[in-house]
Write a protein that binds this ligand. Sequence first.
Ligand SMILES: [Zn+2]
Length: 396
Amino acid sequence: MVRLNPNIPWKTRGNGAICFKVEKGKGKKTKIGKINNKDVFCYSDFSEIKNTDEIEKIIEDTINEFAWFEDDNTNSGFVLLKKQPDHKLYDKAVKDILTIDKIKSFLKEEKAVFKGYKNCRGLIGATCSIAWNPTKDKTFELIAYRKKDKWGSKRAVEPESVKKMDESIISTFDNFDYSNNHNRLVPSSPCPILFGIRGENVDDLVDAKKMIKSEEIDSWIIFESNQGTDEHLQRKKIIDVKSFESTILEGIVCKEPKTIQGGHVIFKIKDETGEIDCAAYEPTKEFRHVVRDLIVGDLLVVYGGVRKKPSTVNLEKIYVKNLKEKNVKVENPICPKCGKHMKSKGENQGFKCVRCKTKSDKPIIEKQERMIHTGFYEVPVCARRHLAKPLKRMHD
Ligand SMILES: [Zn+2]
């Protein structure tokens, strides 16, 4: 299950695509799910299937049965390829933009079996999910599905059991947002998914599923995934930032944070090539307290997506590299001759002793403790993007 560029305006909700290998399995088998009361295994070895006609028919029937074509954003597509495309194709789809034409001509060249529905955009994700080669980093997600008669109704997943699982199975992540009381296991859309548990380890996910108290599970399966890997991000200089990409930028705060209407907090950073706005939007909740504490001169590395011009980095996390000393004026200076406080001559005009007319431009300042310290800060679980790597997974 691959998530692609999260900043594409015409994407479906999570910009996700699913790929699986169809072969005749042999060798060591591992249970990875249960569908229609039948165990599902993946195998260490396989022998190739020659005839793909049957597979094509099953997939077409499945799409026709389940795809919600009335929704404008449903533009399904499926692709059958014998040879895995280069990983670079996936890399472009997770970081950048690919056109349908380019994908279609690639599929024709490769003599792929494919079908696009409506505007055919689904072909992009389908092709690029096959191209994903999880050699650098990957996670897993166990998805549990609801009984069909429950689809669209309120989900019964006990939050207390989710918290308990979250505390005891430490290789899972993004389960529960304690400060915002948000059960992240449960989707908010009326889809057939009951819950999804993200984690590092297949066996742990099976144990985690057992701990969740919920309505009856119809089917479940574990996906290998690029979720939580930061693979959408590109390290850049500010001048090179493009719309619809996600970026890692190092810069110095050059305009202090300001809270605008709607509760969004905006500030600016600069590097030797330019300046750019950074935003912690309202849904990022308490992360905004961190951002509000930034001052001009702080050195940061920011991580986030960029939408349309004018470019603004929609923050996913920040690394505070260096904090500028924050000095605040506590008192007017004291006259060295009279020992009395001087009077201000007006803003930025300096100070003057009322009795002996001695002048000074230096008020008494005090170093103020900063609320934030150097290190990483991330948005809370409730605002986390699928691809964003949680700090829990940052081990270097
Ligand atoms: Zn004086």
